[in-house]
Design a protein around this ligand. Sequence first.
Ligand code: DQA
Length: 149
Amino acid sequence: MKKILVIHGPNLQLLGKRDPAVYGKGTLADINRGLAAEAKRLRMELDLLQSNHEGEIVEAIGKARGRYAGILINPAAYTHTSVAIRDALEAAGVPAVEVHLSNIYAREPFRHSSLMAPVVAGQITGFGAASYGLGLQALAGLTARPSKR
Ligand code: DQA
């Protein structure tokens, strides 16, 4: 089964309590449950990491090669600041999809730029918790083996 590394960046452990008008009332556990259901449907296996620490995220991405078929990441605030996570994704050797709950382009100007966007396969932003399932579907397509026909 294809293994996918799911990374939830800083402050996402607060979902449900944090700014529900922007991020919704669902918790991170709700998101992970939704992801688990989608992964089962897509015949994928997930390893989940939530971290508030840039270095921990960099290390997890650095160990992904050979272990995971792809990475699903919401880098949260690090999206806009972290050259280290950007470089780790560029060097990862496996495809990554960037997801956001909110539409980062419809928010404050400092959220309009993603350092990750040029080094990921693509970005899904603004669909709430559904962004994660859509991201997993994108990874399923990206990591599909070509058929033998
Ligand atoms: C976020 C958007 C970021 O700008 C913000 O810092 C977050 C969450 C989102 O999922 O909408 O923490 O990545």
